[in-house]
Design a binder for this molecule. Structure first.
Ligand code: NAD
Length: 379
């Protein structure tokens, strides 16, 4: 069914006082308590009645994980974690889960770690208790991703949605500031893209707006005081909202661009989102005034792009795709590939020329405002 983009609901609401939409809430327990991850995880594992737990943590997060899992019935510790979940890695982890008769997975780490837990849940149906340590937001979605060669496949399946999510800000203070900034902008991108995703509805818009507010107050606080908890707590709260909104609304133009760049050119996930976001926003904003107003309000600015750029400057955000391994010679091929997957719901039509220009601007880190009045790209 072709869905009406979110902005129409609100135009309708104002003009005709008409509220007409569908929204599906995902079943998940969410716990926030700084410093209490061990007790919360133990309680959640007990609630789920598990007796054979697999713990997944990448080498850098093993120390964090060990503090959390004391007292759990752990039968398997797994630390082979690779970004975008290569199928070979997933197969090895699945075989180990089978061999140890695992009945629950605890994941402690970023989106890559949660992603591997999801790959196991997809085939084994075991519940996940997720303990996120970045702002990727995967724990709040029922989206899985697996990579075969250079192709990343994604899908939606209720089995991969973690049953419980435990947010403990003390586990994120070790996330280096540059990674915190990139990952925080990844969460912000979930909020922004939720405004015009294929299934975006007024509830998604409300969650995304609140998510933007939380992230915008959290990110500068994290940069100013990386070990301080208030900023880190705001970031996790905004991350959760961003994931819920995104899971419901679905991918918009920004995510399609980053998906192609990450999969085909092996660019780092969070940094790619951080760089592309202002360009995707500047491109869509003039055609989506209600979304633009909400994003600007969340950012506390007169315009969405201006507010985003002010935030990016304040936190020293990643600037250009060329700094992360994207070649100028690949701009045309990437534009062609993205054009094939642009969502129907995008607020304005998108040509290959538009994408070429957007990618060139992002590649060199040009002023995103140049995206707004583009005549040349219409060719
Ligand atoms: P990541 O999980 O690879 O983590 C990035 C780096 O940060 C790693 O080196 C990791 O070891 C380190 N790290 C994590 N937590 C740390 C901490 N507390 N202290 C110190 N270092 C820490 O990267 P990510 O950006 O979190 O996740 C990216 C992956 O998640 C991608 O594969 C992406 O596709 C996926 N993702 C999926 C969804 C979804 O809904 N399915 C949503 C967002 C992202």
């Amino acid at each position: 069914m072709r869905r009406t983009p979110a902005t129409s609901y609100w135009i309708g609401l104002r003009e005709k006082a008409l509220v007409h939409f569908e929204h599906e809430s995902l079943p998940q327990r969410v716990l926030f308590a700084s410093g209490e991850a061990a007790a919360m995880v133990r309680a959640e594992v007990g609630r789920l009645g598990a007796s054979r737990v697999m713990v997944i943590a990448a080498p850098a997060e093993v120390e964090l994980a060990e503090k959390i899992i004391a007292g759990l019935p752990v039968v398997l510790r797994w630390s082979e974690v690779v970004m975008h979940v290569p199928v070979e890695v997933a197969e090895r982890a699945r075989a180990a889960a089978t061999g140890h008769e695992v009945d629950l997975v605890v994941s402690v780490g970023g989106g890559s770690t949660t992603g591997l837990a999801k790959a196991i849940a997809l085939t084994h149906g075991v519940p996940i208790v997720a303990v996120p340590t970045t702002y990727a937001g995967s724990e709040a979605t029922s989206v899985w991703g697996l990579t075969a060669g250079t192709r990343k496949h994604t899908g939606v399946d209720p089995r991969v949605l973690p049953r419980s999510v435990v947010y403990d800000a003390t586990l994120t203070v070790s996330l280096p500031v540059p990674m915190s900034v990139a990952s925080g902008l990844n969460a912000l991108a979930h909020c922004v893209d939720s405004m015009w995703g294929l299934r975006a509805d007024p509830i998604d818009l409300a969650l995304a707006g609140e998510g933007i507010r939380a992230l915008v107050s959290g990110l500068p606080a994290v940069v100013a005081d990386p070990v301080g908890l208030p900023g880190r707590e705001h970031m996790l709260y905004g991350t959760y909202l961003s994931g819920v909104a995104f899971s419901s609304a679905g991918s918009g133009l920004h995510h399609k661009i980053c998906h192609v760049l990450g999969g085909a050119y092996d660019l780092p996930h969070a940094q790619t989102h951080a760089v592309v976001l202002p360009y995707a926003l500047a491109f869509n904003a003039p055609a989506a005034p209600e979304a633009e107003r909400r994003i600007a309000a969340g950012l506390g600015a007169g315009s969405a792009v201006e507010g985003l750029q002010r935030l990016r400057l304040a936190v020293d955000a990643p600037e250009a795709l060329r700094d992360y391994g994207f070649d100028e010679a690949d701009i045309d091929g990437a534009a062609q590939a993205i054009a094939l997957v642009v969502p129907d719901s995008n607020p304005r039509p998108v040509t290959v020329g538009d994408l070429r220009r957007l990618l060139r601007a992002a590649w060199q880190g040009a002023d995103p405002q140049t995206m707004t009045n583009d005549k040349e790209s219409r060719a």
